[in-house]
Design a protein around this ligand. Structure first.
Ligand code: UDP
Ligand code: MG
Length: 324
């Protein structure tokens, strides 16, 4: 009999000493319902916490043989911690979720169900949570609107880092070596068959959110600048505006010359606007080159395969062709 498929559960944790034992208990209870169909390993990633998070993880690993842990040398941030966990996952599929119980472990059953239906990527969409502070809800919505406008990769509104990746999708994701990692975007960039499911986030079990405004801005700018070259194109658009102004003043200068009203300032404005247009245009051209360099240094694969079937060549075909 084939062994049950192995599923890795990856949980980044930064200063979560209070909540971790409660989270672990809730996670185990959810996984217990699924144990007749899957085997599980739980990988916690301590993201350089200053509190007792690592000690708590060590004691969890002592009482639970399915728990492994990694500890980063300092705080590298949520997306880096997730990457570390994913790199160490050994499962046929991997589920990532936050360690604060805001991502309800009960939803894992649905993620696994969708995986078994043949989806390589199952993402979750956060339902609107009225309990969250308004600033957080507003900034989150605004961010996805801006991303939707700028990004060359479609990023769905309110996607979270609670998701499942098949081994195939995980392997593809780990080929992306870029430094600034906005996982929600990277996962969409992969392609594959993506299934979305909605969930209602719960309240944080203990402690407070580690996503300060500064961190949120950093994550948003990683998302924006890694998935869009549009900001680099702004100078080109602006130069177009200034050239149009120059043209307008050129027309007005022509009209005043015909009428002999002699409005010299139109001539001056033509020169000034052409000058500004040229400077912005040149910056834009540099931006275009820079954009291409940026694409190149990210070193994303040129393509990813969904399937590939290369039939073995008939023995001797090549030789026979040569002889003919
Ligand atoms: N986290 C992390 N490193 C960080 C910040 C957060 O590993 O630098 C973890 C954190 O412990 C939690 C998850 O990432 O498991 C999401 O963070 P948080 O709950 O603070 O964010 P929010 O849910 O408020 O957006
Ligand atoms: Mg949280």
């Amino acid at each position: 009999m084939d062994p049950l498929p192995l599923v890795s559960i990856v949980c980044p944790a930064f200063e979560e000493e209070e909540g971790l034992p409660i989270f672990h208990r809730a996670l185990k209870a959810a996984l217990a319902q699924l144990e007749h169909r899957f085997r599980f390993e739980i990988i916690f990633v301590d993201d350089g916490s200053q509190d007792r998070t690592l000690d708590v993880l060590k004691s969890l690993a002592q009482i639970d043989p399915t728990v492994s842990y990694l500890s980063l040398s300092r705080n590298f941030g949520h997306q880096a911690a997730l990457t570390a966990g994913l790199e160490h996952a050994r499962g046929d599929a991997v589920v990532s979720l936050d360690a604060d119980l805001q991502h309800p472990p009960a939803v894992i059953a649905e993620l696994l169900h969708q995986w078994q239906q043949g989806h390589d990527v199952v993402i979750t969409i956060r339902g609107d949570d009225q309990r969250l502070p308004w600033l957080k809800r507003f900034t989150s919505k605004a961010f996805y609107r801006v991303m939707g406008f700028f990004s060359e990769t479609e990023i769905r509104v309110a996607t979270s880092d609670f998701r499942l990746l098949s081994r195939k999708a995980l392997q593809a994701l780990l080929q992306l070596k870029e430094q600034h990692r906005f996982m929600r975007g990277l996962v969409q960039w992969l392609g594959f068959v993506v299934k979305e499911i909605e969930f209602q986030p719960d309240e944080r079990v203990a402690g407070k959110s580690k996503y300060t405004l500064r961190r949120m801005i950093r994550l948003a700018s990683d998302g924006l600048f890694s998935f869009s070259r549009t900001p680099l194109r702004v100078p080109i658009w602006l130069s177009g505006f200034f050239f149009a102004l120059a043209l307008l003043h050129a027309v007005l200068a022509g009209v005043s010359w015909l009428r002999d009203t002699g409005a010299a300032w139109h001539y001056l404005l033509v020169i000034v606007n052409v000058g500004i247009g040229c400077v912005l245009g040149s910056v834009g051209v540099v931006g275009e080159y820079l954009g291409r360099v940026h694409e190149q240094v990210k070193q994303r694969p040129v393509y990813l395969l969904k399937e590939c079937e290369l039939r073995p060549l008939e023995v001797g075909v090549a030789q026979r062709r040569e002889a003919a």
